[in-house]
Design a protein around this ligand. Structure first.
Ligand SMILES: Cc1cc2nc3c(=O)[nH]c(=O)nc-3n(C[C@H](O)[C@H](O)[C@H](O)COP(=O)(O)OP(=O)(O)OC[C@H]3O[C@@H](n4cnc5c(N)ncnc54)[C@H](O)[C@@H]3O)c2cc1C
Length: 370
């Protein structure tokens, strides 16, 4: 069995890449699970990029046009008149992309687990039989605990966080997400409420189960009104290299994820575009260079994260006072981009009054970010 490209992992990143390459090359995708979806994921994706990347419209469950940010004692609201982000069905997204790739000629092997490389071939356990698949290029899109990354001995410098999420019933504002930044509840990450409609929301956090339970209590949501509970993990940092020989890493396997929010679907899709270009040009070595913009975003996100971890709740309250001011809200509402946090931070720091107030709170935070 031989393919031009063998993609290991049929999640959003792998399926998006299959969709870009199928029809141009012979593409095989191997996926460990017997069906798509199932991963813990809130499924929030910036609306602009969702359209730009032509992701499947049928996977969209809800549209968000704003968010309310809560600290221990304050809150402020950012809102726009049109949808800024979509809440999607993961299974629908992955399946929709796979359907397109199959229609263009890609071969999918479900229930197929990549085990390692032997004599330049991928060894795959596929529903009771052992396959050896040869390919011109291999792509590890097999998630944060990537077996492909281990096989090519990629080095990881990252912080790993467990994620907890409930789909829970309650009363929600259907077009607004909630972002809770309160270190008394969770000192390593924010907690979120993302509505699917007025009655059901995805509620979650990264960190410990204890902080998740505490958040549910503070937000007065009943764990016994849950419709779904999922756990997962994210890696915030670097895994290098992204290319070794004829093997490339993509998506969470390469830790292409925003350290600010742990959103990874858009970064994975942007890098899939870069990877497709490098493969189609026969220049795999260009892949990392073509992902320059994403690398810059990750680098910024890691600095932001370090600054966040260095703050106590009193610092956060003071940052909330600045961000909740009329001037800051106006900047955020007119210039912020859902997937470009670097642009948003620059827009805020360009305003002398806001910059001066932030420097007063913590010079080191501003130094980190500039
Ligand atoms: C609680 C939580 C909430 C999140 N919320 C969001 C959000 O709102 N928006 C967002 O953009 N991101 C979110 N993320 C991150 C997002 O889920 C990931 O960035 C995204 O799933 C990465 O896609 P991927 O295709 O790279 O990897 P994955 O989705 O992990 O897919 C990898 C695939 O590879 C398969 N696989 C693994 N090992 C093998 C093997 N050996 N052989 C064959 N197949 C294999 C897996 O079964 C899986 O299908 C969240 C993450 C968590 C934990």
């Amino acid at each position: 069995m031989r393919y031009d490209v063998l993609i290991i992992g049929g999640g959003p990143a792998g399926n998006y890449l299959a969709n870009l390459l199928a029809g141009e090359m012979r593409v095989g995708v191997i996926e460990r699970k017997g069906s798509f979806g199932g991963k813990a994921c809130t499924g929030v994706i910036g609306a602009k990029n969702y359209k730009r990347l032509a992701l499947p419209e049928e996977a969209v469950l809800n549209e968000l046009r704003g968010a309310v940010f809560y600290s221990r004692i304050q809150s402020f609201e950012i809102s726009r008149s049109s949808a800024q982000a979509y809440v999607i069905d993961r299974k629908g997204l992955e399946r929709g992309l796979a359907e397109r790739a199959i229609e263009k000629g890609a071969d999918y092997y479900l229930g197929a687990t990549f085990q390692g490389f032997k004599n330049g071939r991928a060894v795959v356990q596929h529903v009771g039989e052992r396959l050896e698949i040869e390919a011109g290029y291999y792509v590890g899109a097999d998630g944060v605990n990537s077996t492909v990354a281990k096989a090519i001995e990629a080095r990881t410098e990252a912080e790993f966080l467990s994620g907890y999420e409930l789909e829970v019933m309650g009363e929600f504002r259907p077009d607004f997400a909630e972002v809770w930044v309160n270190k008394d509840i969770n000192d390593v990450f924010f907690s979120w409420v993302v509505p699917l409609n007025e009655r059901v929301a995805r509620v979650g956090t990264l960190g410990s189960l204890r902080s998740f339970r505490k958040f549910l209590r503070v937000r007065m949501l009943k764990p016994t009104s849950a419709l779904e509970f999922k756990t997962g993990s994210v890696g915030l940092g670097w895994r290098k290299p992204w290319v070794r020989g004829n093997v490339a890493l993509l998506g969470d396997a390469a830790l292409q994820i925003k350290p600010t929010t742990a959103g990874g679907i858009v970064f994975g899709a942007f890098c899939a575009n870069a990877l497709a270009e490098a493969i189609l040009n026969g220049r795999l070595g260009d892949y990392e260079k073509l992902c320059k913009v994403i690398k810059k975003q990750i680098s910024f996100g890691l600095k932001f994260r370090r600054a966040f971890l260095g703050m106590n709740q009193e610092d956060i309250e003071r940052v909330f006072e600045v961000l909740g001011s009329r001037e800051a809200i106006e900047v955020i509402e007119s210039q912020a981009e859902f997937d470009d946090h670097l642009k948003t931070a620059k827009a805020i720091l360009k305003r002398p009054k806001l910059l001066a107030r932030l420097i007063k709170i913590s010079p080191s935070i501003v130094r980190y970010l500039v």
